[in-house]
Design a binder for this molecule. Structure first.
Ligand code: ADP
Length: 478
């Protein structure tokens, strides 16, 4: 099959979060099993500093119309992580992709609409038939109406939209749409004068993939659909939940260059415990912590309301109360949340590591050093951190929602007892979290051997992309 993936992220070269990891993991696996896969991304200025293989100009100087302006662009091709990349460079006066960051700019809508339009122009010039055009999130969802309504001459058999988070929708105005040639289309409307790019993708794609089966159900049952419930229900027959995987090459404690000591799920518990202790000691030395104050519980997350910052703060206090150490790696775009954690950092200096930044290397080191990873998301489309943690022998403690519910199984859950790999709290309340953490501490202090099967199941389960990629292929084929 000829599959074209279009997205704003691709890890590790252009990663803001889980989306980038999905792009590399899925594309690499689809390529490995013999499909022709092309990944199209913006050519961000920061890509000048990463080693891209076989970088060359594919098409020079093709025009894109934006409002009354005609803008020249260059499409580059390159290879990264065994995948074929196509990188769109624009010579737009607003320098849309020279911003140091992937998102968070005032003109994100204009930048991403421009990218969507430019990719359509490129596909028109290329004239190569495509079996599946796979779009990711609102960022590129406008390509669906652009292609189906304005450019039916581009030969694309099916358009598939993966939704990584319904909360982010790309709300825009009619003038934003008009800039790329889309007219006042009622199907893109959520309210009068309010247009919505994710809705554009939902209405004009042939299939919609929320990134876990539970999340697919939740958004259809009006939970966490953020106003798009009617549109999703109306398109329910197109929806197929597929759980994400993690990239097993990027996340492997047996080879991870960031770690002090390597280990794997095949090792004895003694070896695993020793290796994790050495990794913990490296962090303890660096950040003036006591590696003996255990358990080490932590989180690696964006600090936004979805991720449950209040539950994280409660978890921190309870961990310290029980003599453990809490490690939080994350930052917040919301000043009040950032300040709250700065205060906690100040208050609990010796028994916590609160690092309010984005740090890829430290993330790898923490996954290896922690005993438990707390993921108290209010809702979670899939979540990668719980799967990464399990691969690194770190036991997840999660709220029963979305992809967390589909990947983490509690020993008290009769149905999944044999696969138990973590702790799950059912209600998103302080009491429910508190009760579960008490179970964790009781297990830790009184019966630590009961934790070993959880670690073993988590480390040896198959979290890779092989299975999810097969599910995508089944859907593409259908
Ligand atoms: P989301 O995409 O909603 O942020 P996911 O769990 O799907 O959440 O993916 C998060 C990814 O981003 C994981 O790979 C995680 O390790 C990484 N990550 C999150 N916060 C940080 C941080 N502060 N520093 C380094 N990596 C981070």
């Amino acid at each position: 099959m000829h599959i074209v993936e279009v997205a704003a992220e691709f890890a590790p070269i252009a990663k803001a979060g889980g989306l980038g990891e999905v792009l590399v993991g899925l594309s690499r696996e689809l390529t490995r099993v013999g499909h022709k896969v092309e990944v199209i991304l913006p050519k961000y200025d920061f890509l000048a500093h990463v080693p891209l293989k076989r970088l060359k100009v594919e098409i020079a100087n093709f025009s894109v119309q934006e409002g009354s302006r005609t803008i020249p662009n260059t499409m580059w091709s390159a290879s990264s992580e065994d995948c074929s990349l196509y990188l769109l460079e624009t010579h737009h006066p607003a320098a849309y992709f020279n911003r140091k960051n992937i998102y968070g700019e005032k003109d994100d809508i204009a930048r991403l609409l421009y990218f969507s339009k430019a990719v359509v122009e490129y596909l028109k010039i290329k004239k190569e038939p495509i079996d599946v055009l796979h779009l990711h999130d609102w960022h590129v969802a406008a390509m669906a109406p652009l292609l189906r309504m304005l450019h039916p001459e581009v030969q694309i058999r099916k358009i598939v939209l993966s939704i990584h988070n319904v909360e982010y929708q790309g709300q825009c105005s009619v003038s934003d749409l008009e800039a790329i040639g889309l007219k006042d289309i009622t199907l893109l409307q959520t309210e009068p004068h309010q247009y919505n790019l994710l809705k554009a993708g939902i209405e004009f794609s042939d299939a919609i993939v929320p990134v876990s089966p539970s999340y697919a159900q939740e958004i259809l049952q009006n939970t966490h659909a953020f106003g798009l419930e009617a549109a999703l229900r109306h398109n329910a027959s197109k929806i197929h939940g597929i759980l994400n995987g993690i990239d097993l090459q990027l996340w492997d404690p047996a080879t991870d260059a960031a770690l002090t000591k390597h280990y794997s799920g095949k090792d004895s518990f003694e070896k695993i415990h020793t290796a994790k202790q050495l990794n913990r000691e490296s962090i303890a030395d660096r950040f003036a912590l006591d590696a003996r104050k255990r358990p080490w519980i932590g989180a690696i997350t964006r600090l936004v309301p979805q991720k449950g910052p209040e539950r994280l703060a409660e978890g921190l206090v309870q961990t310290i109360h029980h003599g453990g150490t809490f490690c939080l790696l994350g930052s917040s775009p919301i000043p009040e949340i950032q300040t709250r954690f700065e205060e906690l950092k100040h208050l609990h200096k010796s028994q916590s590591l609160i690092h309010l930044a984005y740090n890829e290397k430290l993330a790898h080191q923490l996954y290896a050093a922690l005993d438990f990873l707390l993921v108290p998301s209010h809702f979670e489309p899939c979540g990668l951190t719980q799967m990464i943690a399990m691969r690194y022998g770190t036991i997840p403690i999660v709220h029963a929602t979305g992809g967390l519910k589909d990947t983490v199984f509690d020993p008290e859950d009769e149905k999944h007892k044999k696969q138990a790999n973590g702790f799950v709290f059912k209600e998103w309340t302080p009491e429910s979290l508190h009760h579960t953490l008490e179970r964790v501490f009781k297990g830790w202090h009184q019966n630590r051997s009961m934790l070993e099967p959880l670690i073993r199941h988590g480390m040896t389960a198959d979290w890779g992309w092989e299975k999810p990629a097969q599910e995508y292929l089944k859907l593409f084929q259908a």
